[in-house]
Ligand binder design. Structure first.
Ligand SMILES: Cc1cc2nc3c(=O)[nH]c(=O)nc-3n(C[C@H](O)[C@H](O)[C@H](O)COP(=O)(O)O)c2cc1C
Length: 344
């Protein structure tokens, strides 16, 4: 599939995941076959306010801009913005496209700018942002129109099925957003009311695919290649986006690629899994320093231990590590106990 001119050969997307899909995570997902990644969600307003501060650069704590940095090796990667005000969204989009803003530390502009219309968190929806836009299609349309007018980059949108079970309106939203100039729509087949459970309703993805001409990416509950194949078959979606299924399992993209190419997939050995868990922690420490990097890496290490025999005890041990050397030692100990096997 393509988004504007961007080629995504197998249609394999890593989802935006706040607190998870940072550069380190995106890099690992890409290594194993993710073809397109998205940043964590970035506040358009915070990005704009950081620029408007009159205090000298050295005194301003630039916290938002680095979240939007894109490195050359990351192409094609989208930066996801959230916000409810068309002016801020357009201004932030312009800044991302030009790269001309305080704290910009990326090497290239994003391949596309994505709009978050799915975040269910109370502090976001109470500002009319994220999934609250599912209740306000007119505003959603204005936002996309303003951004499309402001930049040449493709503007894409990630929506939910609707706000709640009584207002499933993904089809109406998708049509309006297409009219406003959106270049791709990703549909998470759950309402805001459902948050992240129970199962996503893929029929909504199918309905959106049938209603619009722009590419449609399906999202929700892809945890293995069979899930992806079923979603493609049941919905006709052009691409699939994996979120929680990639946590502690960047190999899911290798599995999906093998399956789509009709090749057998060989899952990683325990050794490989543990060695990537340690590498992940090392990368985070390099990026953020030992204290912050290790704090960040604990949840990832716990995910890598999913399915391992005695996972609960192993997770406890990992949670107590305070240096990289301790991380390495703990994984070596867990490995010794494994006898080389993983539980299903
Ligand atoms: C920890 C976490 C953080 C998330 N952050 C974002 C985000 O920043 N932007 C967004 O559009 N969706 C975000 N999502 C939603 C996911 O991208 C995805 O739509 C959802 O998890 C459903 O996909 P899955 O069933 O494959 O996990 C987040 C989900 C989780 C679990």
């Amino acid at each position: 599939m393509t988004i504007s001119e961007i080629q995504i050969p197998h249609g394999l997307f890593l989802a935006p995941l706040a607190g998870v899909s940072d550069r380190t995570f995106r890099r690992l997902a890409r290594r194993y076959g993710a073809e397109y990644t998205t940043s964590e969600m970035v506040s358009a307003k915070a990005l704009c306010y950081e620029q408007r501060s009159h205090r000298p650069v050295t005194e301003v704590r630039v916290r938002t801009a680095p979240l939007a940095a894109v490195m050359r090796e990351e192409y094609p990667m989208a930066v996801q913005l959230f916000g409810a005000e068309p002016d801020f969204m357009a201004e932030a989009a312009r800044m991302l496209e030009s790269g001309d803003y305080r704290g910009a530390c990326g090497e290239i502009p994003p391949a596309a700018i994505d709009v978050n219309m799915g975040c269910p968190m109370a502090k976001i929806v109470s500002n009319g942002e994220g999934s609250a836009l599912m209740k306000n299609p007119a505003r959603a349309e204005q936002i996309v129109r303003a951004m499309v007018d402001a930049v040449r980059l493709p503007v894409t949108v990630k929506i939910r099925a609707g706000w709640d079970r009584n207002s499933v309106n993904a089809v109406e939203m998708a049509k309006r957003l297409e009219q406003a100039g959106a270049a791709m729509i990703c549909v998470h087949g759950r309402t805001r009311e459902q948050m992240y459970a129970p199962h996503a309703d893929w029929s909504v993805i199918r309905d959106v695919k049938q209603a619009v001409d722009i590419p449609v990416v399906g999202n929700g509950d892809i945890f293995c290649a069979d899930d992806a194949l079923r979603m493609i078959e049941e919905t006709g979606c052009d691409g699939v986006m994996v979120a929680r299924g990639a946590q502690g399992n960047p190999w899911i993209f290798a599995e999906l690629t093998a399956c789509l190419e009709g090749r057998p997939y060989v899952p990683p050995t325990t050794e490989e899994r543990f060695s990537v868990a340690i590498e992940h922690a090392e990368m985070l420490v390099r990026e953020k320093g030992e204290r912050a990097g290790l704090a960040e890496s604990r949840k990832h290490m716990a995910w890598y231990l999913h399915g391992v025999r005695g996972a609960a005890a192993a997770r406890d041990e990992v949670m107590q590590t305070e240096t990289l050397d301790e991380v390495r030692a703990v994984f070596a100990k867990i490995k010794e106990r494994q006898d080389g096997g993983l539980d299903a």
